[in-house]
Design a protein around this ligand. Structure first.
Ligand code: SME
Length: 165
């Protein structure tokens, strides 16, 4: 059994350090990318407060396809360049969106979502997936969250290597 309960008072830097360690423990020794994404989505949803959606989209050609997640059913295919996820994949950069209503082209899968953080996962310098976090609170995510999830994406790269084949 995996039991992981963060201390609510932890500073964000420490919270993300623990999250990355826990994710590495979860994926250690397993190459199946679906299993690894599923467990990390569950970890994110359990560990980070104020989220209504946490999960993955994976790259398939010139679009993103829905991967494992926790939250309401979501749009399945997102072309590169569309929405927050498509922007992260097309530009290979983190997208930190304080208010999704102010983001041109935001794709509303869950109307409860008010802010969003999307971080690409790289394998051999190519984007193979994005981590998508949605919150019902405006300005839920800041630079520390972005850096924390970028550290997670870096740590997950070997566990998602088979997505590039
Ligand atoms: N809002 C995202 C779509 C995915 S859902 O949030 C799960 C976007 O604009 O790309």
């Amino acid at each position: 059994m995996f039991d992981f309960r963060p201390d609510a008072d932890l500073p964000k830097s420490e919270l993300y350090r623990e999250l990355v360690n826990a994710a590495q423990a979860l994926v250690s020794g397993e190459r199946d990318p679906v299993a690894n994404m599923a467990n990390v989505a569950a970890l994110l949803a359990e560990y980070l407060p104020e989220l209504n959606w946490a999960g993955f989209y994976r790259v398939a050609g010139e679009e993103l396809v829905l991967g494992p997640f926790i939250g309401r059913p979501a749009c399945i295919r997102i072309p590169f360049g569309q929405g927050v996820c498509g922007a992260a994949a097309a530009d290979a950069t983190t997208q930190l969106v304080p208010d999704v209503h102010a983001f041109p082209g935001h794709i509303a899968c869950d109307t409860a979502s008010r802010s969003e953080l999307v971080v690409p996962v790289f394998v051999d310098e190519k984007v193979v997936a994005v981590i998508d976090l949605d919150s019902p609170r405006v300005e839920r995510f800041d630079r520390e969250d972005a850096e924390g999830v970028e550290a997670l994406a870096l740590a997950l790269s070997p566990a998602l290597a088979d997505l590039s084949s």
